[in-house]
Design a protein around this ligand. Structure first.
Ligand code: FES
Length: 94
């Protein structure tokens, strides 16, 4: 599922990243969170106690629910801008 609009947008710069072994395309300036949401990825990890799915909530760096592994480092998906060749791992964090 790709929710991205393809017509009527000025900036069409495509940036390709790798997410859990899959290729995902975003646009220059997108955050990791936006790039993942536009292809239908909303679960980024599971809660440590109940195993409940966790994902994007505040989109402003406050809730910490969007933690992912980016190129081997813990990052907030909503605060990290995608870069070509970036490797993102979801669901590896408790
Ligand atoms: S969505 Fe809340 S910190 Fe990223």
């Amino acid at each position: 599922m790709n929710l991205r609009m393809h017509r009527g947008l000025v900036d069409e710069d495509e940036v390709v990243i790798e997410v859990d072994g899959h290729t995902v395309s975003g646009r220059r300036g997108d955050s990791v969170a936006v790039a993942l949401l536009t292809v239908g990825i909303s679960t980024l990890r599971h809660s440590p106690r109940l195993g409940a799915p966790r994902g994007i909530f505040c989109l402003m760096g406050s809730c910490q629910e969007c933690l992912v592994i980016v190129d081997g480092h813990r990052r907030l998906a909503c605060e990290t801008v995608i870069e070509a060749g970036m490797s993102v791992r979801t669901t590896e964090l408790p």
